[in-house]
Write a protein that binds this ligand. Structure first.
Ligand code: SF4
Length: 375
């Protein structure tokens, strides 16, 4: 089993919080699409015998593309890789691109899952984030998708920013629950370097994010979704039974994936690669058959630390039974010390050598994982 991620590096506008790789001009669109197709061909031997079971268009904003562009890319994947008969094919989409005709056209080329960047149902919040859609488009795109037959939907929401009162957050969560959306990805707003928000805060034009507000809203979310039958299967992801994202779950299970497009990452169990995050240079590298890829071979320690981080973020937890015997006495003692400390604070639970985070622990997931890391 393997997955392919395709990065579409174009957006209509720059959201004020976003530090992903994208361009707000479509000038290089045609060259970029040809280069994605060429990269798929160039990297067709990345997997030895694995069969592609998931394909994921992320970005950027994949829904900005013409359907014929997406079709060319999907066709190239089928031509160059062994693809299972039935795959999960996800497209990240923004609400203002999701008219019924376009969703029908996505469905015809094989897209069977939409991950929609709703973020909020309030106009003022969407303006504050510099999103391209408004609150009414946020609602209508979900109805459009359901009526057009793509009911495997995921919705992104953001919490923990100054404009979002607890009442508004409850409304956002309840709106998604009322529409019975099978999958949600919810993130605390973070201030990344080189974003508009980071400069607004530096220039005192905006209040910084409030960690207490964020924690309260996260707790509200966990409780509401739990009451409504969602599995909190990864720290930011919630699904109705049977509706987990297969592609993203593969990342968390350490399954190999190939990333196509500028800034896309690939992983084969021991080595991570990433393409240059620059559209013009990416195109030039592919056209000259010399893709600009950086590579990192992971050390044993990095592999263990990564499995601790991923394990603690998922519902399955971190199973340390096979690893503990590889530790030095000093590492074992440090691991036991950290474990006992967090067990006594009821931030983790342990069952049969599997450590999972409690609800309180989930508020501190990255911090707890880092304390377990081998150094
Ligand atoms: S649409 Fe998505 S990728 Fe594009 S700027 Fe906004 S958050 Fe970033």
């Amino acid at each position: 089993m393997a997955g392919i991620y395709i990065h579409i590096p174009f957006c209509k506008k720059a959201c004020h919080y976003c530090n992903f790789h994208f361009s707000t001009t479509l000038q290089l669109k045609n060259e970029l699409i040809s280069s994605l197709v060429s990269e798929i061909e160039l990297r067709k031997t990345y997997f030895s015998s694995e069969i592609i079971e998931t394909m994921y268009f992320g970005g950027g904003t994949p829904s900005i593309l013409d359907v014929s562009d997406l079709e060319k890319i999907i066709h190239a994947v089928h031509k160059n890789f062994k693809v299972a008969d039935k795959i999960e094919l996800t497209l990240e989409a923004n609400p203002d691109d999701l008219q019924k005709e376009k969703i029908n056209a996505f469905s015809k080329i094989g897209v069977n899952r939409l991950s929609i960047g709703i973020q909020s149902f309030f106009d003022e919040d969407l303006l504050f984030m510099n999103r391209t859609h408004n609150g009414s488009e946020a609602v209508s795109c979900i109805h459009n998708a359901l009526e057009s037959g793509i009911d495997n939907l995921s919705v992104d929401l953001i919490f923990g920013y100054p404009l979002l009162s607890n009442k508004k957050w409850a409304h956002n969560v309840d709106t998604v629950l009322e529409m019975n959306i099978p999958h949600l990805s919810c993130y605390a707003m973070t201030v990344e370097p080189h974003t508009a928000f980071s400069s607004f805060i530096q220039n005192k034009k905006m209040a910084p994010m409030d960690a207490d507000q964020s924690a309260k809203q996260y707790e509200y979310l966990m409780n509401r979704l739990n009451e409504n039958g969602y599995e909190h299967y990864e720290i930011s992801n919630y699904a109705k039974p049977g509706k987990r994202a297969q592609h993203n779950s593969s990342y968390w299970k350490g399954i190999s994936y190939l990333g196509i497009g500028p800034s896309a990452h690939s992983y084969n169990g021991s080595c991570r690669q990433w393409n240059i995050a620059n559209n013009a240079n990416y195109i030039q590298g592919i056209q000259s058959k010399n893709p600009l890829i950086e590579l990192e071979v992971l050390t044993d320690e990095q592999i263990i630390n990564e499995s601790i981080m991923i394990g603690l973020r998922t519902i399955e937890g971190y199973n340390y039974s096979s690893i503990i015997n590889q530790f030095t006495n000093e590492q074992k003692a440090a691991f036991e010390h950290t474990k006992n400390q967090y067990l006594s604070q009821e931030l983790i639970k342990e069952n049969n050598h599997i450590i999972t985070l409690t609800q309180q622990g989930k508020l501190l997931a990255d911090h707890i994982a880092a304390d377990f890391f081998l150094v």
